[in-house]
Design a binder for this molecule. Structure first.
Ligand SMILES: [Zn+2]
Length: 126
């Protein structure tokens, strides 16, 4: 696995494990075939895959946000029809929307999209 991508994925996978939602099987597959990005595939148990890619030139926090967005989409697809899809759940609005990954200063944060308030660093969900 590409080191840049591995480092960006690590905090997002930690959040998946901490919250007990399905975890993708991440396979090294540089499908993007592009020197400016690193890519891999996220596989689910039912055999469907989704690509994930990250810009090598982006700041570290931005890379985590890019990956968090794509993995979040994968998790929501996985939960669809089986469980509530609002992952990660917004503590202030648990029925309304999931949190959204966003860069605040030099940190990748999960943010309430309604109020724009940071809730937790990516990688620190409980
Ligand atoms: Zn909210």
């Amino acid at each position: 696995m590409d080191e840049v991508l591995r480092r960006a994925l690590e905090p997002v996978l930690r959040d998946i494990r901490a919250t007990g939602v399905p975890e993708p099987d991440v396979r090294d597959d540089d499908w993007a075939d592009d020197d400016l990005s690193a890519s891999a595939f996220l596989w689910s148990r039912d055999g469907s895959g989704a690509g994930v890619r990250v810009d090598r030139a982006a700041a570290e926090a931005d890379r985590v946000v890019q990956v968090a967005d794509q993995v979040q989409e994968w998790v929501i697809e996985e939960l669809w029809g089986r469980a509530a899809t609002n992952w990660p759940r917004c503590p202030q609005h648990p029925e309304t929307h999931p949190l959204r990954a966003s860069t605040h200063g030099r940190s990748a944060m999960w943010v309430c999209p309604g109020e724009g308030t940071p809730v937790s660093p990516v990688g620190s969900l409980e």
